[in-house]
Design a binder for this molecule. Structure first.
Ligand code: CMP
Length: 139
């Protein structure tokens, strides 16, 4: 199974890319695709279109376009749920000890990582950033 992970601008700015990727690799998630990019407002708005009506939408887009991100396809058994467990709660104040957000995130906007919330959304989000020939067989 595959899921999409984004290391957000705070993770890149704080040089936490390697430490966070280590969490994935040491917990049975392999990298099947990876790239670094700096989203513009249109791209971030399209990616987060589902949140367009939410009060936090403008802050979210502002933050996600504030610097480069690393986007990855993670592959492994139960990848969607495993990644969500490794990330912890969206709000780092509520994230369990030892999770990525508890250890690396500052607040609910600068919350270190994004991960797909379902297998269906994982497919949509992977297609958003990657073409088929950019994804290797990591299993
Ligand atoms: P992410 O998993 O990237 O999906 C949407 C993002 O919106 C979320 O992580 C948070 O960084 C951000 N956000 C800000 N405020 C909220 C909120 N109240 N509820 C959910 N997400 C929020």
């Amino acid at each position: 199974m595959q899921t999409l992970s984004i290391l957000k601008p705070d993770s890149v700015a704080k040089s936490n890319i390697g430490a966070i990727i280590s969490r994935f690799e040491s917990n049975g998630l392999s990298i099947a695709a990876m790239k670094m990019l700096h989203m513009d407002e249109a791209q971030a708005g399209e990616f987060y279109a589902i949140h367009r009506e939410r009060s936090f939408f403008n802050d979210l887009i502002h933050f996600m376009t504030s610097g480069p991100v690393v986007v990855m396809v993670l592959e492994g058994d139960n990848a969607v749920e495993k990644n969500r467990a490794l990330m912890g709660a969206t709000d780092p104040k509520k994230a369990e000890v030892g999770t990525i957000r508890a250890d690396f995130a500052d607040n609910i906007d600068a919350n270190a990582v994004h991960g797909s919330d379902s297998e269906e959304n994982a497919k949509i989000e992977i297609n958003f950033f990657f073409s088929k020939n950019e994804i290797v067989n990591a299993a």
